[in-house]
Design a protein around this ligand. Sequence first.
Ligand SMILES: NC(=O)c1ccc[n+]([C@@H]2O[C@H](COP(=O)([O-])OP(=O)(O)OC[C@H]3O[C@@H](n4cnc5c(N)ncnc54)[C@H](OP(=O)(O)O)[C@@H]3O)[C@@H](O)[C@H]2O)c1
Length: 495
Amino acid sequence: MVLSTRPTNITIINVPLITSIEERRASITHVGVVLVHGVVQELVPGVKVIFAFIADIVVRRFRYVLGVVADVAAAAVAVDPASVDGSEKMGVRVRGRGRGRGRGRGPTTATRPIASSPSLSTYSSRLQRRPISAYGYEQAKALVLSKYGEPSDVLSLHGHSISPAHSNNLTLRFLASPINPADINQIQGVYPSKPTFTTSLSTADPIAVAGNEGVAEVIATGSNVKTVGKGDWVIMRQPGFGTWRTHAQTTEEHLLKIEDKNGITPIQAGTVSINPCTAYRMLKDFVELKEGDWFIQNGANSGVGRASIQLAKLWGYKSINIIRARPTGSEEMKQELKELGADVVVTDEELQEKGFSEKVKEWTSGGREKVRLALNCVGGKPVTAMAKVLSPDSHVVTYGAMSKQPVMLPAGMLIFKNISFDGFWVSKWSAENYEEKKKTVKHVLDLIREGKFKDTPVQELPWEWETKQDTLVQAVQGTLEGFRAGKGVFVFGKT
Ligand SMILES: NC(=O)c1ccc[n+]([C@@H]2O[C@H](COP(=O)([O-])OP(=O)(O)OC[C@H]3O[C@@H](n4cnc5c(N)ncnc54)[C@H](OP(=O)(O)O)[C@@H]3O)[C@@H](O)[C@H]2O)c1
């Protein structure tokens, strides 16, 4: 029997992988729902919602009664969990409109694995924990906020369903999403670009999904989607997408396809578009540095700082790198950055010491080699000390404000040395330079593949379907601590 059904906005029932007698019961129950829904929708489209609702209640109520029937049926029907779902075995085939995992021309009954076979007593709660719709609705979770504040106060884990991909829509499953300082600022409400608050994720009040960067796999596409296909990896064309989520539905114009994912890990792809691009553009777009020229930067152990060190080394520029003096481990950090390609590494305390300019002269062959660019993501007094060592007509590019202190501009530097003070914001640059962004991302990924660009240290934060809200929110809050061993990155497992 083949039924043609159309998706509604109702999540009907939860169907786990069929591996135990209890799960077989659910499978049969599920088949009942598919049947009822299908017939109702085929014959009486106008009242489908009412009937779907009634069917839902009936099946939930009588789940265990139907389960007993399923037990009897199970004796006669051998179900192979790996190859086919229960509805197919029962001769029911449901055709959905989406393409992709668990839908399309094949049966739409999703059979995503859950951790283990539940006992009968825990079965009902397990069903609640991993719902998959009979209509190919993807079940998703997202870290969301409804108002600005500290991450631990305003973030919550929100579950919702995503309708099957159709027309221009496509469905994404996230693989890796970093926690960048800008994400935190955005949640706190102090970042210029605001997240999109919407009720489209099935909430009464508007919510926004946090996170701006990440990589996702395309798992289903509508028929009008042309430039990406199932299995492709995509990153966000611009920040503001909301990347701390297991799944998303979107359209192609928000995405940039990773043309060649060979030799690239999800973490590398998921962290390429903000920090390495920022470093790349700041080194290229403000001053025409020549081989042998120097630049100076603070926050040198940050993601951007490490990318700048490595790109500069590849392009023949030399670097003076400033890190924060730390209670322990400053020397180890200096050594780590030198191994990446830094020429000189000093602490912010050493930068402020008298005689620092003399040291710079020594490093730059008595001042014959020019220091022509300063990159600042910290702010405060140390920026003035950095600017002091620049040659005339150089540029100070500010791209962050980690210390939350203002940048001081001594008049003499503007008047007598003609130092330019600029800002850089990768969001704006990405919005205005799509083709250039594509090339920059491709170039960095090529360098990674060739072993010429090392990953920034990360702290992997696993996000499975069962991962609790507290674990995720605490992981975000934890990134506010200084002297971290690595950037926090959500790495999505079985979602
Ligand atoms: N404008 C743009 O387009 C753009 C793009 C990318 C990044 N950014 C900005 O660049 C900065 C670095 O980002 P990221 O993702 O590369 O960072 P990250 O890898 O997460 O590292 C954070 C860096 O900030 C330093 N830091 C933390 N608190 C500090 C404080 N109070 N004073 C001084 N330094 C402090 C850390 O030093 P310790 O190890 O000593 O704690 C570390 O070097 C951030 O401000 C970010 O917003 C801007």
